[in-house]
Design a protein around this ligand. Sequence first.
Ligand code: ADP
Length: 461
Amino acid sequence: RSNVASVSPILTKLKKDCATPLPVLRHVAEAMAKDMRAGLAVDGGSDLKMILSYVDSLPSGNEKGLFYALDLGGTNFRVLRVQLGGKEERVIDVEFEQVSIPQELMFGTSEELFDFIASGLAKFAEKESVKFHLPPGRQREIGFTFSFPVKQTSIDSGILIKWTKGFSVSGTAGRDVVACLNEAMQRQGLDMRVSALVNDTVGTLAGARYWDDDVMVAVILGTGTNACYVERTDSIPKLQGKMKYSGRTIINTEWGAFSNGLPLTEFDRDMDAASINPGEQIFEKTISGMYLGEIVRRVLMKLAEEGAIFGKSIPQKLYTPFTLRTPDICAMQQDKSDDLQTVGSILYDVAELEPNLNTRKTVVDVCDTIVKRGGRLAGAGIVGILQKMEEDSKGIIFSKRTVVAMDGGLYEHYPQYRRYLHEAVVELLGMEIARNVVIEHSKDGSGIGAALLAASNSKYD
Ligand code: ADP
């Protein structure tokens, strides 16, 4: 029933447009390094914002005492407390809770949202047991992970540029989010203070660094994507002499906005045009979990219309944006049965499609094409960061062990994606150097990371 004559040219063109042979990967890695430099030179100098984190002392393992963390990055917020015992005892105890944010608060006022968060934090703090202790006369200190675009002005302040990820709260944009939280805590009568405001990638780097001194880069591959790394202050021209004291700081690249030299298809361009932020976050739209399933859906739509791979009538569901999600394409790729039973049932469940075996094979092939491109480009991005660091440090990155801490549901749950990423890194660096580059999953390190940054930026030392 399918029109083979028109299916195969579409697939051939798709693979050609998505191809990531070594020269393409090299070009992407080099462009990433170049854009990083441009973003470090001046604000607005590149697609990459290269945001200063104001984190210039990384966790050492010597941190001691009770610290809290608060993480706001999506439809949940998380609170955590940890009792740190220094080099020997490390994490003596840790407790956390997750609270989901009522839908209406995502469209309410800033006071309502921050009051809700402060009251959640207050309830959690009330339940603090005797396992946790604070020296007398001290305020409880918080590391606040806030994963929205912020213009940071110091380690404990930052102005919200705009809400994203479905939040549309009035009265926060243009304000210091730490001040918003502090005021809400005061209204709740909660005697705590934010001593570090951190991006989630920065929290991940700090959390991983606590256990391993060789961690130099952190990458999040989840719904969206971002990366941060340890930079030398003398490699940041836009600092203009500020922060000379330290020598090193963490830079939040905001690499989702990268766009140079990416192999893109008509499907990417259409998806971008239909998105809420056309022309923005192109790297993110090519490699992150929010979009991989949607790109596949768009390819399937074309194959259905022009190649009739699903027969003559196409279910309306296939036309609905984001019906096919990345976990679905991931599950289809895990189907190792001869008749691709799971592929068939997933396509039926999500879009009422009833594909024959040949079509099921085609669908898996499309998933693999899109995921391979995503994973390999993510790998090239990582190598771009490492190469930039290597060039500036004259050899201390590749000649010794260097760790890249990875987190996020896409990296964690998608084995093919992970494999393609690792393969690209090895192809680019060569076996010899790749042996020194350890890419390591650091699960949920960002919560403890934020608490550790509260400790290293405590007002009491
Ligand atoms: P977030 O990035 O939303 O803060 P996560 O790091 O948990 O949270 O990432 C969630 C994303 O990970 C999902 O949007 C999805 O794209 C991806 N993901 C989750 N589960 C799977 C899975 N089983 N297979 C592939 N991708 C997955």
